[in-house]
Write a protein that binds this ligand. Structure first.
Ligand code: TLP
Length: 353
């Protein structure tokens, strides 16, 4: 049997040989005492890269986002988010449980918030109302299909934040995918937020970790809260070492994953019954609808298994495939071949019944 192709997420990427070597050789110390030079190096490199004063190494993107909410807000405040965002939908209700804030959800267009609607949602000073403590953005936008949001579309929301003195946090789990897809420096994106979280453990192939970046004062406070949550790590340099390779060597190659996603999307569009808007496939995420094929996501994932392909199942007809370093162009053709066989087989079965 051929090698397994794993399309479930870019989180499945394993560290490269170079990463494993630098992890082995990393100079480490107790980071809670500020002794881990490798972690310190990654943090300063990350801060510089996204144009912020300081950064903090955290175990996961979820912890980075939740730390941002905890650090920016006070209990009982309201935060503005796009309704399909990760912070609200996929972080176990952490913002309510940990930070004690409530959500004001706005419908985005392609994951983008309308600045006018954001402004209208900011609470006025009234004894009955919570105060608005934070605005959250996401780029690339995962559930919108990995759409890379141009900084010009973030700027108006950021201006609203400035006007009312409300901080803007960017969930930039895949912000480097956005920068590469748009052909801009990542700073051109992160200049429109006060804090940003980005992951090194996704398309950039590091085994573990994310960075939260912002002002010196913000990161100092976030560092204390990270400790409170049990995220003060000791010899984290073994992980940070891989992160340094991720930032220095793995960003530009994301363009290959985007190309492969495009080819995958165009191939899927040619399979009868599959609905996909190829224009929305701008980075490494491919979202499509198989409901007209007679399959649901669970069944498709089951069928793909027989072809040595791992995919996430869902009870509805919406499927997400994610490309990454370990999905080659040849793998894309293998996936398309399997998809064609599965879908056409099913239609034949359907006709026979
Ligand atoms: N997303 C994962 C799943 O949780 C859905 C994935 O496979 O895409 N922000 C965004 C936009 C994300 O997509 C993710 C992970 C996170 C935050 C959280 O990162 P981790 O998994 O490191 O906690």
């Amino acid at each position: 049997m051929d090698r397994i192709i794993d399309l479930r997420s870019d989180t499945v990427t394993v560290p490269t040989q170079k990463m494993r070597r630098v992890m082995y050789e990393a100079e480490v110390g107790d980071d809670v005492y500020g002794d881990d030079v490798t972690t310190a190096k990654l943090e300063s490199m990350a801060a510089q890269r996204v144009g912020k004063e300081a950064a903090l190494f955290v175990p996961t993107g979820t912890m980075g986002n939740q730390l941002a909410v905890l650090t920016h807000t006070n209990r009982g405040q309201e935060i503005i988010l796009e309704e399909d965002c990760h912070i609200f939908n996929y972080e176990v209700g952490g913002m309510a449980f940990l930070a004690g804030v409530q959500a004001k959800l706005l419908k985005g267009r392609d994951g983008v918030l309308d600045a006018g609607e954001v402004e209208d949602s900011i609470r006025i000073d009234d004894i009955h109302f919570p105060s608005t403590g934070l605005i959250c953005l996401e780029n690339t936008h995962n559930r919108a299909g990995g759409i890379a949001i141009h900084p010009d579309r973030m700027e108006p929301v950021y201006r609203v934040g400035r006007k009312y003195n409300i901080p803007v946090h960017l969930d930039g789990a895949r912000v480097f995918n956005a920068a590469v897809a748009l052909g801009v420096d990542v700073k051109d994106i992160t200049r429109y937020c006060d804090s940003v979280m980005f992951c090194i453990s996704k398309g950039l192939c590091a085994p573990v970790g994310s960075l939260l970046a912002g002002s010196e004062a913000f990161i100092q406070k976030a560092r204390r809260i990270r400790k409170m949550l049990g995220g003060g790590m000791r010899q984290s340099g073994v992980l940070a070492a891989a992160g340094i390779v991720a930032l220095t060597e793995m960003v530009d190659r994301l363009a290959i994953d985007h190309e492969n996603a495009k080819v995958l999307a165009e191939g899927l569009a040619n399979i009868p019954g599959i609905k996909i808007d190829t224009g929305r496939v701008q980075t490494n995420i491919v979202i499509f609808d198989i409901s007209q094929t007679g399959y649901n996501g669970y069944q498709l994932a089951q069928e793909l298994k027989a072809f040595g392909i791992k995919a996430l199942g869902s009870p509805n007809g919406i499927v997400r495939f994610v490309t990454h370093k370990y999905v080659s162009r040849k793998d894309v053709y293998r996936v398309l071949d399997a998809m064609t066989r599965i879908i056409s087989g099913k239609s034949m079965l359907a006709r026979a019944n």
